[in-house]
Design a protein. Structure first.
Length: 75
């Protein structure tokens, strides 16, 4: 019984991890010359970030911790 619970827990964890990683948007443009993410991605910007980003004090240097570059570019 204990083994079944562990297997179910691990399975749920794996499924949730895959789902959540698929939800993180990619960066579709080069960031070589666009290092100020927050100039476009803010509450009133061209491509606003979600409200839950606003509750945290994000800075430009942490964007690529979650968001991956879709094209070949330097971080």
């Amino acid at each position: 019984m204990k083994r079944k619970i562990i297997i179910v827990f691990l399975s749920c964890f794996i499924v949730l991890s895959v789902i959540l990683s698929a939800c993180e948007p990619v960066i579709p443009h080069s960031i070589d010359e666009r290092k100020d993410c927050l100039s476009c991605h803010n509450l009133t910007g061209i491509k606003p970030y979600p409200n839950w980003h606003f509750k945290r004090e994000y800075k430009n240097d942490v964007c690529t911790n979650c968001h991956e570059l879709k094209i070949n570019s330097e971080k």
